[in-house]
Design a protein around this ligand. Structure first.
Ligand SMILES: C[S@@+](CC[C@H](N)C(=O)[O-])C[C@H]1O[C@@H](n2cnc3c(N)ncnc32)[C@H](O)[C@@H]1O
Length: 278
């Protein structure tokens, strides 16, 4: 029975599409995690939950500033079954979007119905984006996918999520313990782009690196390997490893692999499997 459950857990996919998913990094993180599996995993920027689902810690504190995302995970923890119609049509999508925005306006954004709509819009909207206008209204257009494989029953996530704690605050407000291993995957630093929709500014990257440096326990941070990110983490005493991230298409259509940095503190470098470093 235990073996069977293990197999099922192993195949748990992130339930949402989320920008910056780190599934590709899980094999490397798993090699480190196996030395710390009695620790609590803290993810200040949990996003699509690829890392937590990949490592499957017994104890976890999973946080993201996006309250709608965390609301979805809290319902997932309770055994979510989607009970709204799931239909890949533009007309129906915009009706759902309107209903979701109505929930935001009337203080019902934490409801199960809002979590249902959030899932539907994540699968059906453009590129799985999660974007809001200045009035805090969800404004992602219809995605125009030919086919979409919707999942209705998420009850198999409950046993693994049951003991995890979810929160939605700015990372600095998290209450940490020395026996927490932090994996921090903030929005990427974009050094040479004039225009950036990124709300996570350079000041926030500094604030994060300094906050991580103060943690008495082990820390792993990942980010885009810009010169200033590498310098920042080096100056705070982190060990730096550079990796080739999977190819992403840049705005020029260029398919160069992006360099990713792993900054480690309180973790012996030998625990990184060198053969995994590309
Ligand atoms: C790169 S994504 C994380 C991706 C995640 N590791 C995965 O595998 O899907 C970054 C996340 O940081 C969240 N975020 C942005 N600013 C934040 C802040 N100040 N505190 C906590 N979370 C924040 C965003 O909502 C986003 O989900």
């Amino acid at each position: 029975m235990i073996t069977k459950l293990k197999v099922e857990y192993d195949s748990l996919n992130p339930p949402l599409k989320w920008a910056g998913g780190k599934r590709w990094l899980v094999p490397i993180l798993r090699e480190i995690w196996k030395h710390y599996s009695h620790y609590r995993l803290v993810e200040p920027f949990v996003g699509g939950m690829a890392v937590a689902l990949g490592l499957q810690p017994h104890k976890a504190l999973l946080n993201d500033l996006n309250a709608h995302l965390i609301n979805f995970y809290c319902w997932l923890q309770k055994g979510l079954c989607i009970d709204i119609q799931l239909e890949n049509s533009s007309c129906y999508y915009y009706l759902c979007r309107q209903q979701f925005n109505e929930f935001i306006l009337t203080g019902k954004a934490q409801s199960r119905e809002a979590a249902n709509l959030f899932y539907f819009m994540n699968r059906t909207g453009y590129n799985g984006l999660c974007r809001f206008n200045s009035k805090d209204q969800f404004n992602v257009p219809f995605g125009r996918y030919k086919t979409i494989n919707y999942v209705k029953n998420f009850s198999h996530y409950t046993p693994i999520l049951e003991k995890w704690y979810f929160s939605s605050v700015d990372f600095v407000k998290l209450q940490l313990q020395p026996t927490d291993l932090i994996y921090a995957d903030p929005p990427y630093d974009v050094q040479f782009t004039k225009y950036s929709a990124n709300d996570f500014k350079w000041e926030d990257q500094i604030r994060l690196a300094e906050w991580l440096a103060c943690h008495p326990g082990p820390v792993i941070a990942s980010n885009q390997a810009t010169e200033r990110i590498v310098q920042l983490y080096e100056s705070l005493g982190f060990s730096i490893t550079l990796l080739d991230a999977p190819r992403r298409i840049s705005c020029t259509g260029d398919r160069k692999p992006a360099k990713e940095v792993l900054a480690l503190k309180g973790i012996p470098l030998k625990s990184i499997p060198l053969k995994s470093i590309l």
